[in-house]
Design a protein around this ligand. Structure first.
Ligand SMILES: CC(C)(COP(=O)(O)OP(=O)(O)OC[C@H]1O[C@@H](n2cnc3c(N)ncnc32)[C@H](O)[C@@H]1OP(=O)(O)O)[C@@H](O)C(=O)NCCC(=O)NCCS
Length: 190
């Protein structure tokens, strides 16, 4: 997938730009992941040091080089400052599927940016990457994330009890999937 590319392609939506991140984005990445509400259901605890964001960016570049994980930053088009990230992971060319992840700076919740960015990622997965299936798992209490997926047409496929030890507790996961034939392009596509 994306054979020969040295970085991720830039993807546009009406309000956002999903793009490759560089060292200049480290302060914005740190701000994003240092808020405990953002990492409440995330796979790591809130950042406390800038070095953690530096390491994250290094891993994003490394995993892209390995083609094991595609991680875009997204910014509002007017200022290009990173306010969130969205990810395709568990990429499988053989099975034509990937998993989705996404996070938005706490200061920007409630404006539909999450849904807009994830919608563009879904479009990219099904069209440019020619995937057949996208999947995600979400804590059942993570209402806005459930809404983002359901709003994009993802179907609830299962429930896994006590799947993650995170933030001092054990968390359940609701499993979601969307198939290419079920997908309907939405207004996030540009
Ligand atoms: C998930 C996330 C990206 C959503 O982004 P967002 O742009 O703020 O999403 P919105 O605030 O527009 O909410 C999305 C939907 O949830 C609804 N919603 C939000 N909070 C809600 C609540 N407490 N109760 C009910 N509905 C709620 C909104 O009305 C909206 O519904 P709509 O699309 O039908 O209008 C953001 O909350 C986030 O970064 N969370 C932390 C990281 C995370 O948990 N990522 C997902 C891991 S699976």
């Amino acid at each position: 997938m994306l054979t020969g590319a040295s970085s991720l392609p830039t993807l546009e939506t009406p309000r956002l730009r999903l793009r490759w991140m560089t060292e200049a984005d480290i302060p914005a990445l740190f701000e994003l992941f240092s808020h405990p509400e953002v990492t409440r259901y995330w796979s790591w605890s809130a950042y406390t040091e800038r070095a953690q964001a530096e390491k994250l960016l290094g891993n994003i570049h490394k995993y892209f080089a390995e083609r094991s994980l595609f991680n875009w930053g997204f910014a509002r088009r007017e200022d290009d400052r990173i306010i969130g990230t969205c990810t395709l992971s568990d990429l499988s060319g053989q099975h034509r599927r990937a998993s989705l992840g996404y996070a938005l700076n706490r200061a920007h919740w409630g404006h539909g940016y999450g849904r807009e960015a994830v919608g563009r990622l879904v479009e990219f997965g099904f069209t440019s990457l020619e995937l057949h299936r996208l999947e995600a798992d979400v804590d059942p209490r993570n209402t806005s994330s459930l809404q983002v997926l359901e709003g994009l047409g993802f179907q609830r496929e299962g429930y896994q009890r006590e799947r993650y030890f995170l933030n001092g507790e054990i968390q359940d996961a609701v499993l979601y999937g969307l198939l290419r034939p079920e997908w309907r392009p939405g207004p996030a596509s540009s």
